[in-house]
Ligand binder design. Structure first.
Ligand code: FCA
Length: 335
């Protein structure tokens, strides 16, 4: 196999061939002058991040550079990935960090190799736990989108004429991640502003940001409130809400007495495509396409033309997708 083919294959397959690409780079170095930029994501199993990757590749095609896609599920893999990128001759990377507190370590390593960094989705925190506002960031309008999630839940509850007195809100939280905290707080704000009783809003933290973590959290909450007859499920993304909905199913709830609305949209497609409706009513679809394209485009302009990226780009577009409209709404975005 020609080296270029090997490198491209390694870059495309991300996770599995990461070590193959690393050894190929260090053995042979770069084989041409094409600019290389990395795109590192914490959870490559989420369609959200796969969508960002594919739109980063679209930007690469449009502008004429190469994207090296890498999975960075933990701190060690993140720092190793930066070594690999530097060895490949890359000039910078976009990253959604597995842990915001890695910010200073990531920046120190990147600086040591003179690599430029743009963050996406999750903001870095410094040693004092404050946001590192100097590092460019592209993210969704977390509070606003969370607020919309709360509004849509109440709207659907009212549409079904549920008795508010026997309805509970299950809010699965992940407060150490700022964007998650802001989304969930936004949703609860909207719910409480609608007049929903504050005492019927129950928060429970998840240990991990995936379906099993949220399922465990939700199970521990459900046993505490056995008299609740209908549930509204809030969480920072689709997987969190899916975990909550799965837990309600375990207690005999169905699509009739549960309304869950996620955030991310692209991670909800399999659920919405099920032949029978579930308690997962819908999802707010922001713009993973814009995040993927804009973040790496701004990195490219910075590396290639010295154009400083904006420190903060907040993406506000969002649409509610349900079983009725998800195909059309995704198609509108080319997803
Ligand atoms: C965080 C979440 C992802 C996605 C992203 C925009 O990183 O973990 O699922 O919602 O923000």
């Amino acid at each position: 196999m020609k080296l270029k083919t090997l490198l491209t294959a390694a870059a495309l397959s991300g996770l599995t061939l990461l070590s193959a690409s690393a050894s190929a780079f260090s053995l042979f170095g770069s084989d041409d002058d094409t600019l290389k930029l990395g795109y590192l994501v914490k959870q490559p199993e989420e369609p959200w991040f796969q969508t960002e990757w594919s739109f980063a590749e679209k930007a690469a095609k449009d502008k004429g550079f190469e994207v090296i896609k890498m999975a960075v599920p933990d701190g060690e893999k993140t720092l190793n990935a930066i070594d690999t990128l530097a060895a490949s001759g890359a000039k910078g990377f976009v990253i959604c960090t597995p842990d915001p507190k890695l910010g200073p370590a990531i920046m120190a390593k990147a600086k040591s190799y003179d690599l430029k960094v743009v963050t996406v989705d999750d903001q870095f925190l410094n040693a004092k736990g404050q946001p590192m506002t100097d590092v460019p960031l592209v993210m969704m309008a977390a509070s606003q989108i969370g607020y919309r999630q709360g509004q849509e839940l109440i709207k659907e509850m009212q549409h079904r004429s549920w008795d508010q007195a026997t309805t509970g809100v299950m809010a699965i939280t992940a407060d150490e991640l700022d964007t998650a905290r802001r989304r969930v707080d936004g949703a609860i704000k909207a719910i409480e502003e609608s007049g929903f009783p504050v005492a019927q809003v129950h928060r429970v933290p998840t240990k991990t940001n995936d379906i099993p973590g949220a399922l465990d959290a939700a199970n521990s909450l459900l046993v505490q409130y056995p008299t609740v007859k209908q549930w509204l499920v809030v969480g920072m993304n689709d997987n969190t809400v899916l975990g909550g909905v799965r837990a309600t199913e375990g207690q005999g709830f169905t699509a009739k007495n549960v309304i869950g609305i996620g955030i991310n949209g692209v991670d909800a497609v399999n659920e919405l495509a099920k032949s029978k409706a579930t308690g997962f009513y819908g999802s707010l679809l922001p713009s993973p396409d814009v995040h993927g394209y804009k973040s790496i485009e701004s990195l490219y302009d910075w590396v290639e033309d010295g154009v400083q990226p904006k420190k903060f780009v907040e993406v506000t577009d969002v649409v509610l997708i349900t079983r009725d409209n998800y195909k059309a709404e995704l198609a509108k975005k080319g997803l």
